[in-house]
Design a binder for this molecule. Structure first.
Ligand code: DQA
Length: 160
């Protein structure tokens, strides 16, 4: 029987994603980030047992980059990132994701390809393993599953 590996993962939300559930629920859903955290703990116990996750939200580009640098220094093994509008505009955030090289899944609450033209372009996606969009907070759960699937195949890390 092979032992299961555990991973440290940072969930990062960009601008205007502090009040998920209250901000434009027709577009972004009515469930708050707290619901996501309880889904991890209650509905996905196997996933939760395998992931030591932390959550950070900031509205500023620099704060997000500072947090990504801290994650890199701390040896965080995976990222779930929703860069918000910086997805479409921030070369600085894209540059940071490129150089820190932490395996990353980009997620979006809304289906960005079904919206305005500008939202169909992501500067950050090129530095991610893949993108999951359009499932509200479930995008993060699916993103976490995809990330753990990837890490299981690529990391030699500690087993428990
Ligand atoms: C978003 C999509 C972005 O276009 C938008 O600017 C956001 C949220 C999403 O999760 O659907 O702030 O990243």
């Amino acid at each position: 029987m092979s032992a299961m590996k555990n991973y440290s993962v940072l969930i990062l939300n960009g601008p205007n994603l502090r009040f998920v559930g209250q901000r434009d629920p027709g577009t972004y859903g009515s469930q708050a980030m707290e619901t996501l955290f309880s889904i991890f703990e209650q509905k996905q116990p196997e996933l939760a047992a395998r992931v030591n996750w932390t959550y950070f939200q900031a509205n500023g580009e620099g704060e997000l980059i500072d947090e990504l640098e801290r994650a890199w220094q701390a040896g965080v093994q995976g990222l779930i990132i929703n860069p918000g509008a910086y997805t479409h505009t921030s070369l600085a955030l894209a540059d940071c994701l490129a150089w820190i090289g932490i395996p990353c899944v980009e997620v979006h609450l809304s289906n960005v390809w079904g919206r305005e033209e500008i939202r169909r372009r992501s500067l950050t996606a090129a530095h991610s393993l893949g993108v999951i969009a359009g499932f509200g907070i479930m995008s993060y759960v699916l993103g976490m599953e995809a990330l753990v699937w990837h890490l299981d195949r690529t990391q030699t890390g500690e087993s428990s």
